[in-house]
Write a protein that binds this ligand. Structure first.
Ligand SMILES: Cc1cc2nc3c(=O)[nH]c(=O)nc-3n(C[C@H](O)[C@H](O)[C@H](O)COP(=O)(O)OP(=O)(O)OC[C@H]3O[C@@H](n4cnc5c(N)ncnc54)[C@H](O)[C@@H]3O)c2cc1C
Length: 354
């Protein structure tokens, strides 16, 4: 199933595994089950810390769970996670195997503190570049909190479910059997949605901040540039963004950034974030501004209000809120968003195979 080159690479990764774990496959007589079995046998042959069993009882076939000994970790893949999801598979193997994720301690603590049973299901397609972030975030939550389970489902292989749930775009996430969200999401966005207390805590912290000299609303390339320029001049700078990175986060290949012949959106966003963090910039992510009141006197403070109820004050305000998907304002557009009104043909296409 895996070619020699991929096997060598995976073997090197699996050397980072510190704790033994089991892959429990649920298979039937079909060709896809045989294909999955071949993949799992290849993986198990690359590390003596991995045991493969084929007596899984999951109703979805083919599927497999990755479990620590004596413990259902809660990470399940239904389908064969190759394509864009191969990285999600490798990360799940490493993280269940004890290799630490590159996630801040603050985020891990927030995951561990989540209360209540959460059963997530994510429908993805193998050609969807926005899906792995969501799959990886929810897998991480399952690995670090025993109350969280996550099944990542290849919509092209489980078309009956896709039709029954009327799913027309990926990633589509369900929580405890009900629609949760659609589209690309970071782990911070998912946590902000399930940890409602966090929004209140954040709003209080934000409102208590001293006034900025320069406050930038928007964290795309424009907002990040404005922040770096301001902070380099010693100006007390803050950036508040609904989603740091902006549209670039949704772009896979970028080939027109002069002096960089090819990069990928998520890589560019990571570099933007690193560059902004090189300076004393107060980055306030996941904050949607809803309005502002201009200063009443020259030299006075402008005030920005946020959806969370928080307010921030600043001598100067820079609006770098970029662009979002254009809407046609036709009847049904909102109701059928992601149920036929779609924005990414190559992500959602596999759901309509045949
Ligand atoms: C799929 C795709 C592919 C692309 N490919 C390329 C390419 O290959 N090359 C290229 O040069 N360009 C490309 N672009 C365009 C490029 O991404 C944009 O030109 C660029 O991101 C604009 O940067 P910006 O900072 O002005 O705005 P944006 O990237 O739109 O960022 C806006 C920021 O403002 C925030 N924001 C918006 N409203 C609020 C609010 N009310 N409160 C708080 N924050 C808010 C957003 O969350 C975000 O952080 C592509 C765009 C897309 C969508």
């Amino acid at each position: 199933m895996l070619d020699a080159n991929l096997k060598n690479q995976l073997k090197a990764y699996l050397e980072k595994v510190t704790q033994p774990f089991e892959i429990a496959a649920s298979l039937d007589d079909g060709a896809k089950s045989q294909e999955l079995l071949g993949l799992l046998q290849d993986i198990a042959s690359l590390s003596d810390k991995i045991t493969l069993t084929t007596d899984g009882q999951d109703a979805r076939t083919p599927s497999f769970a990755i479990n620590r000994p004596g413990e259902e970790t809660g990470v399940v893949f239904a389908g064969i996670p190759m394509g864009h999801e191969f990285t999600s598979l490798v990360l799940a193997l490493l993280q269940v195997g004890g290799h630490p994720p590159k996630t801040s301690q603050e985020t891990l603590d927030q995951i561990k503190a989540l209360d209540g049973e959460m059963r997530f299901e994510t429908y993805y397609s193998l050609s969807c570049q926005n899906c792995p972030d969501v799959v990886q975030a929810l897998n991480l939550m399952a690995i670090f909190n025993p109350n969280v389970q996550h099944v990542a489902i290849d919509g092209a292989l489980f078309q009956d479910e896709v039709e029954a749930r009327e799913i027309m775009s990926v990633p589509s996430v369900y929580l405890n059997g009900k629609p949760f969200d659609q589209g690309r999401m970071t782990i911070e966005q998912i946590l902000a949605k399930v940890d409602t207390g966090a929004a209140e805590r954040d709003a209080k912290k934000l409102s208590e901040k001293a006034a900025f000299d320069s406050l930038i609303i928007g964290g795309g390339p424009a907002g990040a540039s404005a922040a770096i320029y301001s902070a380099r001049k010693g100006i007390n700078t803050g950036v508040a963004a609904e989603r740091f990175g902006g549209q670039v986060s949704d772009t896979l290949g970028i080939e027109n950034f002069i002096s960089v012949s090819h990069t990928e959106g998520p890589k560019l966003v990571a570099a933007l974030e690193q560059h902004v963090n090189d300076y004393e910039v107060d980055v306030m992510n996941l904050q949607r501004a809803t309005g502002f009141k201009a200063a009443e006197t020259e030299g006075g403070l402008h005030e920005v209000t946020f959806e969370s109820g928080a307010t921030l004050k600043s001598k100067t305000l820079i609006l770098a809120t970029g662009a979002r998907w254009r809407e046609m304002n036709v009847p049904g557009e909102q109701e059928y968003r992601n149920k036929g009104v779609a924005y990414c043909p190559h992500c959602d296409g596999p759901l309509f195979k045949g």
